[in-house]
Design a protein around this ligand. Sequence first.
Ligand SMILES: NC(=O)c1ccc[n+]([C@@H]2O[C@H](COP(=O)([O-])OP(=O)(O)OC[C@H]3O[C@@H](n4cnc5c(N)ncnc54)[C@H](O)[C@@H]3O)[C@@H](O)[C@H]2O)c1
Ligand SMILES: [Zn+2]
Ligand SMILES: [Zn+2]
Length: 448
Amino acid sequence: MAQNFLADQAEKVIGHSAQDRAAHTDISNPARAGGKYADPSGEKMKALVWMGKNDVRVVETSKPRIINDHDAIVKVTGSTVCGSDVHILHGQIVQTEKGDILGHEFCGIVESVGPAVKNVKPGERVVNSFCISCGECEFCKKKLPTACEKTNASTLQRILYGGQLSGIFGYSHFVGGYAGGQAEYVRVPLADNNLLKIPDSVPDEKGLYLSDVLPTSYHAVTHTGVKEGDTVAVWGLGPIGFMSCFWAFHKGAKRVIGIDNNWRTEYAKSKIRGLETINYKALKNNETVPSKVHELVPGGVDVSIDATGGEYGKGWTHSLELAVGAEQDTSEMINEAIYATRKFGRVGLIGDYVGFTNHFNVGAVMELGITLVGCGQAPVQRYWEELRQKIEKGEVDPTIMVTHRFKIDDIDKVYYMQEKRQDGLVKCFVETRFSAPRAEGTPELTAL
Ligand SMILES: NC(=O)c1ccc[n+]([C@@H]2O[C@H](COP(=O)([O-])OP(=O)(O)OC[C@H]3O[C@@H](n4cnc5c(N)ncnc54)[C@H](O)[C@@H]3O)[C@@H](O)[C@H]2O)c1
Ligand SMILES: [Zn+2]
Ligand SMILES: [Zn+2]
């Protein structure tokens, strides 16, 4: 929290960037600014808001309205909770403000559009991209929308990273301060670039995951160059790691090893044929994750992918350093990945890291000729048409990771379940009063 306070103070002193007017940033709840951004009908909606560290709540707030000619208003029919949302819950993401509506994955029906919107029409079913692309800057043109230069006004980010990321729905003012989609309605800025149509043959329970998990996991294996015949190890078997294992096989990997510390190893093995797993909680005293990987693949794997997250300290040294703010991220999983990789192999980071780390073995990277690949926030628009086609053709069924269905009224409780990785929850589908009846073969509603 101290981190958050300092960040807010810095932003006030340095000033907010003014280059982002096209998307209208920092409207993280339509009820802000005396309801200036609320629908004039006065209609209310349910939404999940951040109220402070470890405190999220479902509240009633105003329905959003169109602010810019390029906006669309989407009536949400499906939403979910991401592993990234747990970082926000924990207060790890700076510049989150009380009352911000969260959620960066949603699908729904276009309710209305501004006069400049061309690609989507009211009544159409759509899914969002978690990142907000302007469609015009150098990076958006190169299909690297998460590097967009125009949709995020946080000056602090430029100072911390030397450059800024795109805006992201429902993920703090560090990435634009946009209201998120864990709500019944959401305003989508620059709708032509940030919504994709869902075909009739694809139910929401599959289409929803084009907003994040599918492109993110696909990007993880593509960007680290997984190819035919490779051996691959993946740290973390949450939705991102789980689907990265799936895509690694899809790209032709001959062996894939998934690593975690709980029941998720068994779950992943039951869903992905040929997957080998390591549950490091079950290792013997003289064994480590890298030694186990070397035992399975002598010499190490060609590619390692870290799909965990820098806040998850493992040993006491890092846990202590994280707790007292002596580092922002642990280097334990990255070091393990380096040791488990063959000489001149590749290590990709798709799990979220936010700042500085201690005890990182830079020597091993250099001496072993490891290519360390920062995957960035996944450039959704680069892949989502290709992936929509793969869903239509049945080459991927995203429901293999979907274990639960909940109501939006209960989504606050889902955050705590997701945090504890409880009750067999891998990925959920969250319905609203606008959702279609449950698609066949997908999980029944669980009331919490
Ligand atoms: N780069 C992107 O575009 C992008 C997009 C979405 C999510 N993410 C990030 O990816 C990460 C994974 O997301 P998720 O939704 O799958 O989250 P998740 O929290 O459900 O999964 C993380 C998994 O890592 C496991 N884990 C923790 N410490 C570990 C360790 N030392 N070794 C092995 N496994 C360990 C946990 O038990 C858990 O199962 C998160 O950090 C999330 O913020 C990044
Ligand atoms: Zn996410
Ligand atoms: Zn752009």
